[in-house]
Write a protein that binds this ligand. Structure first.
Ligand code: ADP
Ligand code: DAR
Length: 371
């Protein structure tokens, strides 16, 4: 397993400051951002004083401010516009990350992520036993493997090593978790597209990830593990090193969550994850820190969706996020919306799930009550 820095980072590493080329790109990008009407948190929080302080800094991996904000400089329509190019970025560029984290997760600089608490195994039942509203349920979490950098600092060998590192773990999964690993390299395009269309596999070509240097050497080292029912799945090296997920038709949150927890516990028996006292599990995007859990339902609420402004206000009230039927950056299809918890940091895994469970319960009540 490569413990060393990537060639790109080696070139950048060296002591001290960002190179003149990086500084020049930063100044040009910042000027464009400053003149724009970008809604991103990057635009709102990276004021000139902070920019001038951070632009010279480098992490021990060699990451610069540019490595973290390049996606938001290129995609002015970003909501956030910032990723951690390596785990140290959260401390080296804390001035910027802390404000993003406080706003997105309502998590203050003095706050600490509580210890992992999955809660009691029978905590959650079925949100919609009649099947009138909830089409399907999915719960996912993200993990960064110790000893590896994050996307912008990863070499092609890093991607291959992570893929190879996970094979013994996958081979040892048994019972309901037993399945096969399917690398993207060599996967027929029609098979890949059907897995994407059926909501199992990640999409390709996300412009935000591409601009963040998260898609280099694609599809090397990328792939998906899944069991026979495709109810337990693991993504390898999409946005994060690992995305561990459970999903099934219907609204039985307890079953879906329980399967994901079992999978995480099995995988962590042989693998060490990167976490910090302050933020819990560290991830490429600051929106996924902490529990890293996104628990979602595909739900049909045609009455509420008839007034999207009120629907969004109701979702906000219960700390829920609305996505389209194909996930992030997609639109609803056939009246199906992806509704999930927004907050992942500053609360336990159980509290995260409860926030989603209680929120969706209220959404279903509101849909039933609406004339
Ligand atoms: P992530 O959830 O990992 O942040 P996305 O929002 O892009 O990523 O969703 C990834 C895939 O998971 C998409 O195809 C999306 O439609 C699918 N998905 C998310 N929630 C559900 C759900 N409750 N039921 C079925 N598919 C889902
Ligand atoms: N589109 C980027 C990412 C925001 C959060 N989603 C992730 N991490 N997949 C943005 O800044 O809006």
């Amino acid at each position: 397993m490569s413990k060393g820095k990537c060639k790109k980072c080696e070139e950048k590493c060296g002591k001290g400051k960002a190179s003149p080329e990086v500084l020049s790109q930063l100044e040009l990008g910042y000027e464009k951002l400053f003149k724009s009407d970008s809604p991103s948190m990057l635009k709102r929080f990276l004021i000139k004083e902070m920019f001038d302080k951070l632009k010279f800094k480098k992490t021990s991996f060699g990451s610069t401010l540019l490595d973290c904000i390049q996606s938001g400089l290129e995609n002015l329509d970003s909501g956030i516009g910032v990723y951690a190019a390596d785990p140290e970025c959260y401390s080296v560029f804390a001035d910027l990350f802390d404000q993003i984290i406080q706003e997105y997760h309502t998590f203050s600089p003095s706050a600490r992520q509580p210890p992992t608490d999955w809660g009691p195994s029978n905590a959650f039942g079925n949100l919609d036993p009649t099947g009138q509203f909830v089409v399907s349920t999915r719960v996912r979490c993200c993990r960064t493997l110790k000893g590896f950098p994050l996307n912008p600092c990863m070499t092609e060998d890093h991607y291959k090593e992570i893929e190879n590192l996970m094979q013994p773990t996958f081979s040892n999964l048994s019972g309901e978790l037993k399945g096969t690993y399917n690398p993207l390299v060599g996967m027929p395009k029609d098979v890949q597209q059907k897995l994407i269309d059926d909501h199992y596999l990640f999409k390709e070509g996300d412009r935000f990830l591409q601009a963040a240097n998260a898609c280099r050497f694609w599809p090397t080292g990328r792939g998906i593990y899944f069991n026979a029912k495709k109810s337990f799945l693991v993504w390898i090296c999409e946005e994060d090193h690992l995305r561990i997920m459970s999903m099934q038709p219907g609204g039985n949150v307890g079953e879906v969550f329980g399967r994901m927890v079992n999978g995480v516990k099995e995988i962590q028996k042989n693998n060490e994850f990167v976490a910090s006292d302050r933020f819990g599990y560290l991830t490429f995007c600051p929106t996924n820190l902490g529990t890293t859990i996104r628990a979602s339902v595909h739900i049909k609420v045609p009455k509420l969706a008839g007034d999207m402004t009120k629907f969004k206000d109701l979702a906000d009230k219960y700390h829920l996020q609305i996505r389209g039927a194909a996930g992030e950056h997609s639109e609803s299809k056939d009246g199906v919306y992806d509704l999930s918890n927004k907050r992942r940091l500053g609360l336990t895994e159980y509290q995260c799930m409860k926030e989603m469970y209680d929120g969706i319960t209220e959404i279903i009540k509101a849909e039933k009550a609406k004339k």
